[in-house]
Design a protein around this ligand. Sequence first.
Ligand SMILES: Cc1ncc(COP(=O)(O)O)c(C=O)c1O
Length: 385
Amino acid sequence: MSAALFPESKLPALGTTIFTQMSALAQQHQAINLSQGFPDFSGPDYLQQRLAYHVAQGANQYAPMTGAAPLRSAIGEKTAAQYGWQPDADKEITVTAGATEALFAAIAALVRPGDEVICFDPSYDSYAPAIELAGGVVKRVALQPPLFSVDWAAFRALLSVRTRLVILNTPHNPSATVWRQSDFEHLWQAIANQEIYVLSDEVYEHICFAPEGHASVLRHSELRQRAIAVSSFGKTYHMTGWKVGYCIAPDAISAEIRKVHQYLTFSVNTPAQLAIADMLRHAPEHWQELPEFYRARRDFLVNALSASRFEVLPCEGTYFLLADYSAISDLDDVTFCRWLTEHAGVAAIPLSVFCADPFPHKLIRLCFAKQESTLQAAAERLCRL
Ligand SMILES: Cc1ncc(COP(=O)(O)O)c(C=O)c1O
């Protein structure tokens, strides 16, 4: 008898993500990779210098479980400057291993077996597996192109006595649309009378082009009393590989999230936390200027694609752009993206992979967190189609 065991999967439907698949295909065909969401340029020099400094100073042991004190207090001040409300750095801010850990810890802390969690589809791919591992049931509200706005009647129709959590994401990956303050008010009106928590994934909070700016859950004085807002320094400082993020939530909710965080990672990379604290204090202009930084890249790609047969959808936030390829091909979006990588030399992500239900639109997602030369080269290839 063999000693090897083969566990019954707790997530049987999950395989290798499309992001990994497309990046591998891009490499195989030496395609320009606009699929996975990461910059092909480096983060601020000052931040890198501060990391080296703190390593050299010996800040190499475990950080406090909730996050390094200088970082938590810098986050508190930045939140006040940005959203007009200051969370308590000791009780309401928790530093996590990227936004991914904050999302997982919040879901694990709040969702019990049989609880229902409402997500808006297309949705970021980490939510559903975390909900399922917690024994929860995913309920989905479909967002329809081109506006991807929430049908609040459909949302209300999904609410039940078992609804425990709502997960939203603004600016929204992959649609590049943003919530308005009025959306948060609709949400509040719909859930005010039930014990329903709100997990607001705001990792692109500084990449928002809407004239009224980013509408954070933290600006809503009632919702923030039952919300967890999630942020990522990976997005803000072009350092996705550092995996430092954080969540802000009221004391009682943070206490439960920290119980999970304590045994999931315990604490996050010490020198990186201290370097980011320095960066927040000494160079706040970096995050203040980020919308303009990415607006220029967005406009560059939009202009470069204006000569193509792709129809580019409006982009109000994130570093992604949606393009409709109906004029070019009848292929479904997954097949088209493979074809595009192999034959046109540009890798993109099909939108349908963000949806549990059929999503029969001809839309691909392109990442513009790239150098102009990369975007130019990709656009030239796309314009030939
Ligand atoms: C919507 C959304 N949420 C969360 C994350 C994860 O962020 P992090 O890299 O900080 O874990 C991403 C990363 O792509 C994202 O797009």
